[in-house]
Design a protein around this ligand. Sequence first.
Ligand code: ZN
Ligand code: ZN
Ligand code: FE
Length: 743
Amino acid sequence: MRVGREIRVRGQVQGVGFRPFVYQLALRFNATGHVLNDGEGVLIRISCEDPDAFVRALRAEAPSLAKIDRIDVAKAESLPTAEFEIAMSGEAGAETRVTPDAATCAECVAEIQGAGRRAEYAFTNCTNCGPRFTILRQLPYDRAQTSMAPFQMCAACRKEYEDPLDRRFHAQPIACPYCGPTLSMVPAAPDAMADAVQRLCDGQILAIKGLGGFHLACDATNADAVAELRARKRRPSKPLAVMASLDWIKAHTVSSAEEEAFLTDPAAPIVILSGETGLPDGIAPGLDAVGWMLPYTPLHHLLLASVQRPLVMTSGNLSGEPQVIGNDEAQEKLGHIADATLLHNRDIARRLDDSVMRVGPSGPMVLRRARGQVPGTLDLPPGFDGMKDVVAFGAHLKSAICLTKNGQALLSHHLGDLDDPLTWEEFLKADADYAALFDHDPAAVACDLHPDYRSTAHAKSRGLPVVEVQHHHAHLAACLAENAWPRDGGKVAGIILDGLGLGTDGTVWGGELLLGDYAGFERRAHLRAAPLPGGDAAGREPWRNLMARLDQAGLANLSDRTLKGKPLDPLRQAVAKGVNAPLSSSAGRLFDAVAAMLDICRDRQSFEGEAAMRLESLARMASPDEANKAYDLRVDGSVIDPAPLWECIERDLLGGQSKAAISLRFHAGLARAFSQKALHLLGSGDAQAVALSGGCFQNGLLLEQVLRALGDVPVLIHTQVPANDGGLALGQALVALSQMETN
Ligand code: ZN
Ligand code: ZN
Ligand code: FE
């Protein structure tokens, strides 16, 4: 007997081939009825013999890019239609979702490698893969609103586009060599791809237009080419990402099944893998790990298949600026770096960097959230239903914004350092853009406590109620939010190890133990504050932090010996007078001081976090037993003082201990001091769990040591949102929501 059902599917189910999938399923189940997209997702009305089996199949066989949040099934009258059809969508603009960009699927790869009409075609895509957010100008997501609009579909593509049984049914960026985008080379070459391949194999540097921006590329196995790229880009040591085939990566690194799963995910992030690679040291100087990604567009697949070697693929930008996306802009800005440019005539509507992640001691760690991950949403934790919309503007260096609406949070892509004028423009554009895309009407805005952040000034210019959120409270709340910690779940002990953030007492914080929840916090312990001699300069020059810490510990003699030749006396006078020497409890700056003590990046670091990354790499080389010889920090009430470290390190250096062992002992000591404090809060019943956040938790080894020191207690960590300031806006938004009345 045939029975009727009305099936509502919610989640990421539009623009991912869901309707044709349902259509084919209906044919298989001999069902009649229809499927349509509307503002809530996909609605299916069917009549068939076994609707339960139909729903099971719906769940089990959903297209690869679909993410089903929920399926609701209700009884319906048996439907009179004789067939199953894909109905027109509801009202205009009803289709609200756009999915992240997705790496070329296996079927499309087979097509470009095959002999069909898309053989070697660099813009091949289908409903299971291809550009999405990067080509979208505005919602609803259909071709006319994307940068594919100027390309008139040919008859063959049109036929596929309209055929519900075709993999390209309603694939908005559908294209073929007859009707779609084309490649070109500057300087001009008759066969752009062949010319690009030849140049790369010859050791030249190319600018290559990708999905969310231009890359600068060269042969990653050619040390001279890598050195030349660094010299021309003025990027002395920041690691370069490498693109290679999965086979190459598996043959040259030690990657786990989990790491491979992330590499091959449709999001195609850069995944940081440790181990000997055989690549030149210039790829990631001083580090034990390299960032790898697989080819994620047909253009990349074609290039790699021809060059037969890994390629450096680093952001095509001028130092500090956002990635270049325009063809003319590429000539103007990258022309002096690249020997030639491989480009095409499909515009990039939205700048998106490559995402960066690694697999840490307990799951994924997102270091940069960008292409492939946005505009994905996170569900708000229990207790935040039915709230008004808010927008949060994040921090300053790794800026990102966050919108909340309908029980969900949308954390934007990584925007970058707001001191850069072009990044600032990009920030304003992203704010307007996301608001328009998501039809967002905030009732309040949230921002950092720091009055000098541009994001803070921007928040205050909106004419809406402003919630200023202490930096490390926001880190704590971000960690709670992504772990779906309920609004009434009680307080947690937040170990927040970070760079810099303004505290409520006017000093700069960054090594904190907070007891709190979304609504508020107390600062229960912190690293002893030390001056940052020279202010911002202390962030660039680790030796300044070492001087401050040594002097503070009463070891000025050791300062004099270790930092011979540095202008210590004038700096000490400035510190004594409090001139340009703000007090800070930053854990990041403590890492810098320890690095300087070991003569790592002592004079300067060429990018944020370099000294700490090198320390982490070193510590990984030590025998794990060294963690049992953790250095003690002095705990005095609420103050955790690193003073005892220095003589221990000095003693170990003189005693011939390896820097690797010393680095691990430091990591373990810092972890132990904070963990013990946090465990007290759990033991007393003040805290229900421990939450770990802040930029230092990008350091997988530190995370491992803290988890070890905490032992078997409930711990919340970041797995989907960056622990660094890239995740801050999520926490700000939740703090703001917690201070608002339920709607
Ligand atoms: Zn495909
Ligand atoms: Zn075509
Ligand atoms: Fe921070």
